[in-house]
Design a protein around this ligand. Structure first.
Ligand SMILES: C[S@@+](CC[C@H](N)C(=O)[O-])C[C@H]1O[C@@H](n2cnc3c(N)ncnc32)[C@H](O)[C@@H]1O
Length: 208
């Protein structure tokens, strides 16, 4: 399968089980494919934004960590209290080999998360709120497990945002006093070597 087909293959997953199986299969080649062939950026701009708000000693969850690209960048920038969570055991196995996470957790965004309330100082989630992956219903649990005053930094692909209910959800969480928006970047193309047209934005919310 070529790389374009592989991305469509995961985007078109019909349910979490199928998505997990597909990422498990892809795990070993994921970085080679997205880095070398697509010139994937996403982790860097999100990390650039996180460092403005979150101190290096913060306990941070990388939600949908995949193979650990985000953890690797944050570790290089002095963040060492990092934990990884992902639905795919195969992706987590690759992330473990980076030696940048203190703990790895298998978990499903969009369902109840196995962490106590107010556990993390910050959560980062990159490349996860996209086609066929995770919807806006995941935010209630992410907010619950973040400490008041903490931050959730995440990317949403622009097309997914426009075709789903993110705007309604974000506004509803803001008007019910759960979080406040502190930054939203301009959209940027996340594949520098191929013209896929996929654009991401980085969103930052502060938990109340
Ligand atoms: C495009 S990859 C991004 C990985 C990494 N954050 C990066 O930027 O390279 C999406 C990741 O989200 C994970 N994922 C998809 N749906 C998920 C869910 N419901 N709960 C947790 N992880 C999920 C996949 O297993 C995969 O590792």
């Amino acid at each position: 399968m070529n790389i374009e087909d592989k991305i469509q293959w995961v985007y078109s997953s019909q349910n979490n089980q199928e998505l997990t199986e597909r990422y498990d299969v892809w795990a070993k080649d994921y970085e080679k494919n997205v880095d070398d062939q697509f010139g994937y950026i996403g982790p860097e701009p999100a990390a650039d934004v996180l460092v403005k708000y979150v101190s290096p000693d913060a306990r941070i969850l990388d939600a949908g960590a995949g193979t650990g690209l985000v953890g690797e960048i944050l570790h290089q920038r002095g963040y060492h209290n990092l934990e990884a969570m992902d639905i795919s055991p195969g992706m987590l196995k690759e992330a473990e080999q980076k030696n940048v996470y203190t703990k790895l957790h298998q978990g499903i965004l969009g369902e109840a998360l196995d962490f106590p309330t107010a556990t993390f100082d910050a959560i980062i989630s990159v490349g996860v709120f996209t086609y066929g992956h995770v919807g806006s219903d995941a935010f209630d649990e992410l907010i619950r497990i973040t400490k008041p005053g903490g931050y959730i930094v995440f990317t949403v692909s622009v097309g997914h945002y426009e075709n789903s209910d993110f705007q309604t959800k974000f506004t509803s969480l803001e008007s019910s006093g759960k979080w406040e928006n502190v930054e939203t970047t301009e959209p940027f193309l996340c594949h520098l070597k191929k013209d896929t047209g996929v654009q991401l934005q980085v969103w930052v919310y502060r938990i109340k």
